[in-house]
Design a protein around this ligand. Sequence first.
Ligand SMILES: C[S@@+](CC[C@H](N)C(=O)[O-])C[C@H]1O[C@@H](n2cnc3c(N)ncnc32)[C@H](O)[C@@H]1O
Length: 260
Amino acid sequence: MLSPDRETAVLRHQAVTSPPAGPTGDGQLPAAGRDGKDAALVQAMFDRVAPRYDLANAALSFGQDAHWRRVTAGAARPADARVLDVAAGPGNVAVELVRQGATEVVALDLSYHMLAEGLRRGHDRISWVNGDAQALPFPDESFDAVTISFGLRNVPDPQLALREFARVTRPGGRVVVCEFANPTSPVFRTIYRRYLVGALPQLARVVSSSAPAYRYLADSILAWPDRASIAEWLTTAGYREVMVKDLALGIVAVHRGFRA
Ligand SMILES: C[S@@+](CC[C@H](N)C(=O)[O-])C[C@H]1O[C@@H](n2cnc3c(N)ncnc32)[C@H](O)[C@@H]1O
């Protein structure tokens, strides 16, 4: 049961929130590429995924996902910082940011049900906000760092979101973008693509609360731009000294930059 205060925190920004009664939508998936991606379908899909999100992630990544989120949080240098975690889901990165010393973390997500999962677990230094990465409800330069893990790929206009991240980051503050990528080794890339389109959707039937969402996952990873394009987007948005670190043989890429 959510306490009244905590409900207020989740419902503070109602613009794109789904009815708390249950996930919406008729099971339709959003477009996997960037053209025509509908935020309402993205939200409904993640509402359906929320109940078994962590279990599915751990199973489908063979337990690697916790390490990826630790690296993401660490790259934000969260000690004594106020950090915004965008597309926070149930707050896995947010919790890691607190564990690594953040004084305050704001976890923002489009999906009410994802946030409700995080709230249920309860974390003192995390506040939960239902909102859109493309229109952040925060003043300019109000965070020391902004993180997003496995979220940017799902945003209809990721470059608009990055401009919003830059707006709310203080000068000299950090941005960290953790996202799936295509492995650079041709042999491993072939094996990985077979896993993505073959085994992963089958496994998702067993471990996920919404297997079709994992077909979207595979398609959206294959449609996602390369590392250099993401680095260029970050620079254009207002970040400098952008670096990228590959994890898990390049299945995951973590970009980091500083607000100019
Ligand atoms: C794959 S989950 C990642 C959750 C978490 N960051 C993690 O690493 O486990 C993607 C999240 O992005 C959220 N999301 C998608 N589009 C969004 C948007 N435009 N604004 C905010 N959140 C969004 C979804 O609701 C979902 O919770």
